[in-house]
Design a protein around this ligand. Structure first.
Ligand code: HEC
Ligand code: HEC
Length: 417
């Protein structure tokens, strides 16, 4: 443990504790912490990243979890992208009294986050999943923003009154966001047709999905939700839900209730009922149920809930270490501070996983790294980049033996009394 001895020395030399005096936060009813709630839903499949883009994507992932990127109200309330789009998905339990008309969304254009963005209208928006986001432009429920970069900037600056993000932050978030893929679905082939794993009722539903509507022969569900184009047409339509909205994908919808831009439909049954009435389809109860089975087959995945493993957390800490390398190398004070904050919270959450008395050495080790990071933040704030780099190097080394320290600790081999 020579490494850690050197590391503790650096930390002690730099020491000091932060003083946080913040006004009271918003009553956010459901917000993920680094621990258990992530269990609640399947995680999106992450597209592989090119080695050269790794640090950038890692920085994007760190920023995705950083309330500091958003304005004062979000920051105080601990709201980051991750709070609403858990691991890139949606958050069906999200609720803030006063600006959520129901669970799973909120009115983003109210005065709460940004008085300048207040449109004076109560317009609750259901939080969408970001699965497949690289291929589903335009963005926003109403589909008015053409690029992901513009949308992300708008979220930060307009919706949450955050400071203008540096280009590096937008690049990094983009590099991370485009990795969100759809979860694999063995019931669909590459062109969006059902495979023979789908049941008979879903196959009958598929026929109904492509059947022209009685009164409007040029229209079917499939003309807007094109199966070979991720079930979208990249256009806006008025489908009787009070306004023009971007056609949403149907991939993954088995786990993203409620539905429509404002979450007005609690179930797929309600959605099908809506279309039946709006387009006067006169579907029989059996046909409606076949169509629902089809939507469940299209919108399902073969993955159950993914347990959060300790290894995942360590891997994340390692990635955020790379993000730190990048922002220090770029001499970016603001982003260094943010990544330091994210990383320290990760370590804090990891710390809580080792509550036993005999696990104290693990806790001490984590705390020491955290204090080191704090000094690093202070050094970068002073633009003392040489100091920052020295602490970074020690931190990298301490982080590289973190897995060993914690694992040995878990089996009690090293730290057993
Ligand atoms: C408080 C909850 C909340 C937070 C925090 C949040 N979002 Fe969203 N996000 C939403 C809602 C609600 C929508 C739908 C908004 C609309 O249509 O106008 C949305 C829409 C999006 C979309 C468009 C999706 C699509 O299919 O068109 C993207 C991309 C996105 N958010 C990314 C982000 C990023 C990146 C962050 C962090 C910088 C973030 N969001 C923070 C709630 C949130
Ligand atoms: C004219 C284009 C069009 C047609 C035809 C159409 N849809 Fe849609 N669909 C949309 C749009 C636009 C929305 C979003 C409406 C909103 O957000 O208020 C939507 C929403 C949905 C949703 C909710 C998805 C979500 O995540 O909220 C489902 C499910 C759906 N459609 C299925 C169908 C089925 C089944 C049919 C045929 C009976 C159909 N659609 C016909 C354009 C269309």
């Amino acid at each position: 443990m020579r490494l850690s001895a050197a590391f503790f020395a650096i930390v002690v030399a730099c020491g000091g504790a932060p003083a946080w005096a913040e006004p009271p936060p918003l009553a956010v009813k459901w917000r993920p912490t680094s621990a258990a709630p992530e269990l609640a839903r399947p995680r999106l499949w992450l597209r592989p990243v090119e080695p050269t883009g790794e640090a950038r994507s890692a920085l994007g992932e760190a920023l995705f979890r950083a309330p500091e990127l958003l304005g004062a109200v979000a920051r105080r309330s601990g709201l980051s992208c991750q709070a609403c789009h858990i691991n890139g998905g949606n958050n069906a339990k999200f609720y803030i009294a006063g600006i959520s008309a129901g669970a799973g969304g909120l009115d983003l254009s109210s005065a709460v986050f940004n008085p300048l963005a207040d449109d004076g209208v109560a317009n609750h928006r259901d939080i969408p999943s970001l699965a497949g986001i690289a291929d589903t432009a335009p963005y926003g429920r109403d589909g008015t923003v053409r690029t992901l970069r513009d949308f992300t900037r708008q979220v930060i600056v307009h919706e949450f009154a955050g400071a203008e993000p540096p280009a590096l932050a937008l690049d990094a978030l983009g590099a991370y966001l485009i990795r969100f893929g759809f979860l694999p679905n063995p019931r669909l082939d590459a062109s969006g047709q059902l495979t023979n794993l789908a049941k008979g009722s879903a196959r009958r539903g598929q026929t109904l999905f492509t059947r022209p509507f009685p009164g409007q022969l040029k229209l079917s569900c499939a003309t807007c939700h094109a199966p070979d184009r991720a079930f979208i047409d990249q256009r806006q339509h008025d489908v009787g839900t009070t306004g023009l909205f971007d056609t949403p994908t149907l991939l993954g919808i088995a786990s993203t209730a409620p539905y429509f831009h404002d979450g007005r439909a609690q179930s797929l049954k309600a959605v099908v009922g809506h279309f039946d009435r709006h387009y006067k389809l006169s579907l029989s109860p059996e046909e409606q149920s076949d169509l629902i089975d089809y939507l469940l087959a299209v919108g399902g995945t073969n993955r159950g809930e993914d347990p959060v493993k300790r290894g995942d957390e360590l891997a994340r800490v390692d990635r955020f270490g790379r993000a730190l390398d990048l922002v220090i190398a770029e001499r970016n004070v603001e982003l260094s501070e943010i990544v330091v904050g994210v990383l320290r919270r990760e370590l804090g959450a990891l710390n809580e996983r080792f509550p036993l008395p005999q696990q104290k050495p693990a806790r001490d080790y984590l705390r020491a790294i955290s204090r080191g990071l704090q000094s690093l933040g202070e050094a970068s704030e002073r633009r003392a980049w040489e100091d920052a780099e020295a602490i970074l190097e020690a931190t990298r080394q301490a982080l590289s033996s973190l897995g060993d320290v914690l694992n040995l600790n878990a089996v009690g081999a090293l730290f057993a009394p």
